[in-house]
Design a binder for this molecule. Structure first.
Ligand SMILES: *Cc1c(COP(=O)(O)O)cnc(C)c1O
Length: 384
């Protein structure tokens, strides 16, 4: 079976499960983006911190000069600690608390991506108390359905995110009438794990229309933030280990109309960090059921919840064995029937103690780990 290459000897003394990060792959991913941006000087990257907030991952991304997209005060702090400049931090989220807004104001972050009229009024009030003007973009819900899992679609009118497309003129008018906020642009984010470039083309068309309407109303449209959402190939981590950034950015180059000097912000998360991470576990037991065989591993939904939460697929590899393949259900020890990583998959014959790699787990893996069942949080191993 085709497998990733891992420094297994170095894993011997480590407590499993842990996250393994291929830092060379992360750097070549970041280099790819940097190269594309060299030809597009009006593009800006804000890494979506929620995908992976491991300090070492954050520091590596910050060292490329990219900004950060945060969805909480905790993420803003983590980003600043890792070396992201506050002036390169944007802050989104439907439920920003007063404390979080004040933190953003005090640090002087680049932008509040505002998701409702109610939030706008609070930001105006809190900024007014400090005698400052808050830089804001309005997050518009473009009512575009991305072809992805229902739980990770964010751009439909029925989602909780953003300001309804029809309500934008009213909220824009409200913004322009307030003293302590400054309108600087429009923000979009239509979902995650999107592989259809047509979805991004549809976003561009909608954004062009919105910009035109704002300009026609005599208002400076500011910049455009198109959010994140580019997907990766979870099925072939050994063939396609870098996301299709070329098609993605080509789509925006082709379809998004920009005015001279207008900046375009991107907020990619998953596509930057998913491929470089794997969850490494050990086989605890091989259990023969009546009709199937279980590989019971020490990794579980508390370290990687995506399969349980979204029925997400991750490729599973036995990286210790090279005996002929057998068919297994790969399950964790947690007392939930959904604590299953894969059903009926071929793995090189499993033995107690074998290392199992669950691939493409660098995004929404470690950052979503919990302490359920009193499991300790997973450690991490960086292969420089
Ligand atoms: C989660 C999120 C992103 C990143 O999404 P990916 O699918 O990981 O690229 C970007 N922007 C906002 C506002 C988000 O909430």
């Amino acid at each position: 079976m085709l497998k990733g290459s891992f420094p297994i000897k170095e894993f011997e003394g480590l407590r499993t499960p842990f996250y393994y990060y291929d830092m060379a792959l992360l750097r070549s991913t970041l280099d790819t983006i940097k190269d594309i941006f060299r030809d597009n000087p009006n593009y800006r990257m804000h890494y979506a911190v929620k995908a992976n907030n491991n300090p070492r991952i954050l520091r590596t991304i910050a060292s490329y000069g990219f900004g950060a997209d945060c969805v909480s005060g905790g993420e803003i702090r983590a980003a600043v600690d890792a070396g992201f400049k506050p002036s390169h931090i944007v802050f989104a989220g439907v439920g920003k608390s007063d404390e979080e807004i004040n933190l953003g104001l005090d640090l002087g972050i680049a932008r509040f991506n505002v998701e409702s009229a109610a939030e706008l009024l609070v930001i105006d009030e809190l900024a007014g108390k400090k005698g400052i003007v808050a830089p804001i973009s309005l997050r518009v819900n473009p009512d575009i359905g991305a072809h992805t899992h229902a739980n990770i679609t964010t751009g439909l009118a029925e989602n909780k995110f953003g300001i309804n497309y029809e309500q934008l003129p009213g909220v824009l008018k409200l913004t322009l009438g307030l003293n302590n906020v400054k309108f600087l642009g429009i923000h979009y984010h239509i979902g995650s794990q999107i592989l259809e470039m047509d979805d991004f083309a549809a976003l561009c068309n909608r954004a062009n229309f919105v910009t035109e309407k704002i300009v026609r109303a005599g208002v400076d449209p500011g910049d455009i933030n198109v959010g994140g959402g580019l997907g990766i190939d979870y099925h072939h981590p050994n063939h396609l280990d870098i996301a299709d950034f070329k098609s993605y950015f080509d789509t925006f180059r082709r379809f998004l109309q920009t005015r001279p000097g207008q900046l375009v912000h991107f907020e990619l998360g998953r596509s930057l960090v998913a491929p470089c991470g794997s969850l490494i576990s050990r086989v605890l037991y091989v259990k023969e059921g009546t009709s199937r065989k279980f590989a019971i591993i020490d990794g579980s939904m508390t370290e990687l919840i995506r399969p349980a939460l979204y029925k997400a697929y991750h490729r599973v590899e036995n990286i210790s064995s090279d005996e002929p393949e057998e068919i297994y259900d790969v399950v964790g020890p947690v007392c939930e029937s959904s604590d299953v990583f894969a059903k009926g998959v071929s793995l090189d014959k499993c033995h107690r103690g074998d290392f199992i790699a669950i691939r493409s787990a660098g995004a929404y893996g470690e950052s979503m780990a919990s302490g359920y069942n009193c499991h300790p949080l997973p450690g991490s191993f960086f292969n420089e």
